[in-house]
Design a protein around this ligand. Structure first.
Ligand code: CP
Length: 316
């Protein structure tokens, strides 16, 4: 694997999930693999899980990890080719990516969307620029449109907790007070299309995800109907895609409650975290046996370690 910026970069998903399981059983088995290698973790946005789990994964492999909050600690970067840099940007990504490539053997980047400029967001202008100008592998720590490391951890979690060969998995929109990106649901949809599940998306009118991602997936505006016989409920908020970046609803009837969970086949509750309690999901569900959000977050380390292993080995 050269780069990992999309779920599509995984050629052998079964092999990757098997590797993640092996790593989880013995995470310190290959402390030499990353010896004398450095990963640079560049954050344009906040993080708890992605930052710590990817750093831990790198350390487990014997790598050095350098973390930098570029938005607060670095020069403001310019991304436009040919720009006359007479504004606030002090450095062009063309130099920055080449310079960081001399310090790091892998560059990993978190860059959220603007949620105001759809075209720019869909170009993944930050990650695309690093892919263009860096001379080392690039990993997405969540871009404008995808969060592939999260999706690998999600697939691993479903694999571990499923009780049937083909579980029913529901991705449900849930209310949130702020406009959130589409990266987590997009990558989750991509991932669910690759694994053996009966997959349904539930959201209110106006919250369709990009057709590019959801083509061929069953979509309903009836959350109760979607929850019937579900084995996994994956809750997530996202802002409108069609009315780009807007909040069209905060309807509390979409909050995941014990009554909603009672419609399911004793389903497990999943969320990528961070989660707004009693907006997305009630305390009663999040604190119940049904919730697997903590082991799901734990799997972020093993997903990241599997991806780093593939990149270090230059294997698909
Ligand atoms: N799920 C996730 O990416 O969490 P962080 O934003 O805390 O990294």
């Amino acid at each position: 694997m050269k780069n990992f910026t999309s779920v599509d970069d995984v050629q052998d998903l079964e092999g990757l999930l098997s590797l993640a399981k092996i790593i989880k059983a013995a995470p310190f088995s290959h402390p030499e693999k990353g010896r004398n290698k450095t990963i640079g973790l560049l954050f344009f946005n906040p993080s708890l899980r992605t930052r710590l789990s990817t750093q831990k994964a790198a350390l487990n492999l014997g790598m050095n990890a350098i973390v930098m909050n570029l938005n607060t600690e670095g020069w403001s970067l310019e991304f436009e080719d040919g720009a006359v840099m007479d504004g606030t940007s002090a450095e062009h990504v063309k130099e920055a990516a080449q310079v960081v490539s001399q310090y790091c053997d892998i560059i990993a980047i978190r860059s959220f969307p603007t949620l105001t400029d759809k075209e720019k967001d869909e170009e993944e202008y930050v990650i695309s620029a690093f892919l263009k100008y860096a001379s080392v592998p690039v990993i997405s720590l969540e871009g404008s449109t995808e969060h592939p490391l999260q999706a690998v951890a999600d697939a691993l979690t479903i694999e571990e907790y499923k009780k049937t060969d083909r579980p029913k998995v529901v991705l449900t929109w849930a209310p949130h007070p702020k406009a959130l990106p589409h990266a987590v649901p997009n990558s989750f949809v991509k991932m669910m299309k690759k694994v053996n599940v009966d997959f349904v998306i539930a959201h209110p009118e106006g919250y369709s995800l990009n057709q590019k991602f959801i083509a061929g997936v069953t979509v309903t505006h009836n959350q109760d109907e979607a929850f019937a016989n579900a084995d996994f409920i994956y809750a997530k908020n996202w802002s409108s895609y069609d009315d780009y970046g807007k909040i069209l609803s905060t309807d509390p009837s979409w909050t995941v409650t014990p009554e909603k969970m009672a419609l399911t086949n004793d389903a497990k509750f999943m969320h990528c975290l961070p989660v707004r309690r009693n907006m997305i999901v009630t305390d009663a569900v999040l604190d119940s046996e049904a919730s697997i959000v903590i082991p799901q977050a734990n799997n972020r380390t093993f997903a990241a370690q599997a991806i780093l292993t593939k990149i270090l080995d230059n294997e698909q």
